[in-house]
Design a binder for this molecule. Structure first.
Ligand SMILES: [Ca+2]
Ligand SMILES: [Ca+2]
Length: 435
């Protein structure tokens, strides 16, 4: 990322106030959450528990290369750090498995060189940024952590925040307060006791994680221990369910590309596209721009060029109190150059071939007559753009003057160059033409 783009991006984060180092990524039917605040650094056991407590699933199981890449995308921006993942050999030394019981030796692994080394009894897995490889560490180290949740098991209620209002008895005041922040008034809401199942499963941690309630007074938000006196409240939902309208990543030069990114939440999140980390313009005069409104942004590339190949990131965020949750998705857009391949045999139509690298010189096979060449040359303006059109027209004009006589060539081959088009022709023993 260039320094200016990075500076702009950091500035945009700062301008949001107290941005939490908590980042969420939606990819391929999973939602990943990265807890990167220093205050979030905990032991492995605590991290696993917190994923569940925060409705964020479990510590991530990196069972595929794709998931490893997505975890890399999620953590890379935050620099050099170690973060807990859901692998360990706590119960049997050397028997590394994901916490759902799957053996690591049965599938994808991405250990750093020489790891896991069980150095003085290391039993818990962590993800090394930015090398995106794994290490074993002492389980009682304090690190950030990465949670993973299946989107099928995810619902709006997981992201719902109840914001209590002061004074709790004045309903019209509560209504006013809720709408001021884009929240919805909850008709009757009493503070709910922590679900029994969590208390039973993690009873020993209950006291440590006693629920705090977010209480709003005008523009101020504060956290206080929840109690039964809190009865008037708003409903807010953190940004969730980010969707990108296509999974297509490969496009051809001169394609028009339109990609929607939508995200849900109360209040509706701001959604914006970035090319890399640089915000995409909202000016329709630009070749690449976005139409951004609450809850949705459409990325438009009017006339795709090879140089538009990039990772396009969609960021969505809303704010509840001081809590700004950044959620993102991404799409790697690859724009391939068009090349022209005209078959040797007369009568076959010209085809467009995909080529992995941009080339200024396009090679095509010599047609058997100038008339064929003319037909094929009419294809070229769509490929090279109008700036070449005039040159081609001149070329066609010259060809027509020489028809119907076939082009002359000596048997040893003859090569000529016409700007972007290089033609090499040889007459084969059967009389056909080839390169
Ligand atoms: Ca070990
Ligand atoms: Ca180690």
């Amino acid at each position: 990322m260039d320094k200016r783009a990075l500076a702009l991006f950091l500035l945009s984060l700062l301008s949001l106030g107290q941005a939490h180092h908590k980042e969420t990524l939606y990819r391929n039917s999973y939602v990943y959450t990265f807890y990167a605040d220093d205050s979030d650094d905990v032991h492995w056991d605590d991290a696993d528990y917190r994923c569940a407590w925060n409705n964020a699933g479990h510590l991530v199981y990196i069972k595929t290369y794709t998931i490893n890449q997505d975890v890399y995308e999620l953590t890379d921006f935050w620099g050099n750090r170690e973060s807990w993942i859901g692998a360990h050999d706590k119960y049997s030394e050397g028997f590394w498995h994901w916490d759902d019981g799957t053996k690591l030796s049965d599938g994808y692994q991405n250990w750093a060189s020489g790891e896991p080394n069980d150095h003085r009894g290391e039993d818990c897995g962590d993800f090394l940024s930015p090398t995106n490889r794994w290490n074993d560490e002492h389980c009682d180290q304090n690190y950030g952590y990465i949670c993973q949740k299946d989107l099928i098991k995810s619902s709006a209620s997981d992201y719902t925040e109840v914001v209590y209002t002061k004074p709790s008895t004045d309903r019209s005041f509560a209504q006013q307060g809720c709408s001021l922040h884009g929240f919805q008034l909850l008709e009757e809401r009493k503070y709910e006791i922590v679900p029994e199942i969590l208390q039973q499963k993690h009873g020993n941690l209950r006291a440590k994680y006693q629920r705090e309630c977010l209480v709003m007074e005008g523009n101020k938000f504060e956290k206080q221990i929840c109690d039964e006196t809190l009865t008037s409240a708003c409903k807010a939902i953190h940004t969730y369910d980010l969707k990108i309208s296509t999974e297509q990543e490969d496009y051809m030069e001169s394609d028009r590309i339109e990609i929607d990114c939508t995200a849900s939440g109360i209040p509706l999140p701001n959604v914006t596209w970035h090319q890399g980390y640089a915000p995409v313009s909202e000016s329709t005069d630009q070749e690449i721009f976005q139409i951004s409104k609450k809850g949705r942004s459409t990325l438009i590339i009017k006339n795709a060029q090879v140089t538009d190949t990039s990772r396009y990131r969609c960021f969505a965020q809303n704010q509840i109190g001081n809590d700004v949750r950044k959620t993102k998705g991404y799409l790697d857009v690859r724009v391939h150059p068009k090349t022209l391949a005209i078959p040797v045999n007369k009568g076959r139509s010209a085809g467009i071939q995909e080529q992995s690298a941009l080339s200024d010189d396009i090679e095509y096979k010599e047609p058997s007559s100038c008339q064929d060449r003319n037909e094929n040359l009419w294809m070229l303006p769509t490929i090279f753009g109008l700036n070449v059109l005039m040159i081609l027209l001149l070329f066609v004009f010259m060809c027509r003057r020489s028809d119907p006589a076939p082009p002359k060539a000596d048997n040893s081959g003859h090569e000529f160059t016409n700007y972007a088009v290089t033609v090499t022709k040889h007459q084969l023993p059967d009389g056909s033409w080839s390169t």
